[in-house]
Design a protein around this ligand. Sequence first.
Ligand code: HEC
Length: 263
Amino acid sequence: MFKYIISGCSAIILTACGGGSSSSGDFLETGIFVDSPVNGLYYKTQTQSGYTDSKGNFLYKNGESITFYLGNLALGQAIARSMMTPLTLTNDNDINNISIKARNILRLLQTLDSNASDHSQIILDERLRDLNISDLNLESEADLTTLLSRAEAKTAKNYVLKDAQSAEDDFIKYYNYVVSTTTTTAVTDSALNLSACQACHGQNFEKSALNKSKIVANMSKDNVTKALLGYKYGTYGGDMAGVMKGQVSRYSDTELRNSGLGK
Ligand code: HEC
């Protein structure tokens, strides 16, 4: 019904892009770390290490695990993929119910941003690279305060810890923005921006989004329409209906009826 132009291997598709071609692991892949994109975060895989660059990019080989560090404190470890966030590192799988640790990482990165007035990118001051904070617990509010005072000693700046709600809101906004501007371009009759959906539902809507949704590609067209309108009007869905409401409420009913999705 709708076809995609796969323009090379976009660095940011959540599905294993180009997977299979590199089972030997020789191929270097580029991923992006997003709170909004973070510059200057240390990472280490079995074969690669360095700081995320000005686009938030890091390098890895297929199948490697990756650890991200703030100063000498490991934020978390996970299998490397093309788009990673604090939630990937803490194994969070519900964007509406973010764990304390993931939420505190979001708050810290946004607080330490050298250019906090521009939320579209987070730049970590190079002087934070040797921050000695491995004794601190990211789930403790008191430890966050200690961490910031040690950071202040390095940079001579004054940090005010961002509150949880606005940190989460900013993360979700920039996460969606990054996903919608960099995934594969969808060519379709639909007025919906389907590329914004692929991060969760898969390139061809073949995945269970966040392990919660049905596989949309297998649903009937009627049922897809019913679901999309239902999310908009709050009459359909499970625990995570709120995520979908955010995705569909800006579209007209006609646009939602003509999504072109389902069979
Ligand atoms: C941030 C992740 C995310 C994005 C982006 C997203 N979805 Fe979903 N979608 C979900 C989740 C989670 C559910 C299941 C929600 C529930 O009912 O609990 C879902 C459910 C659905 C369903 C119904 C499936 C079912 O389980 O009944 C359809 C259809 C759907 N989405 C289409 C879309 C379309 C079209 C877009 C883009 C405009 C989109 N989604 C964007 C996460 C996402």
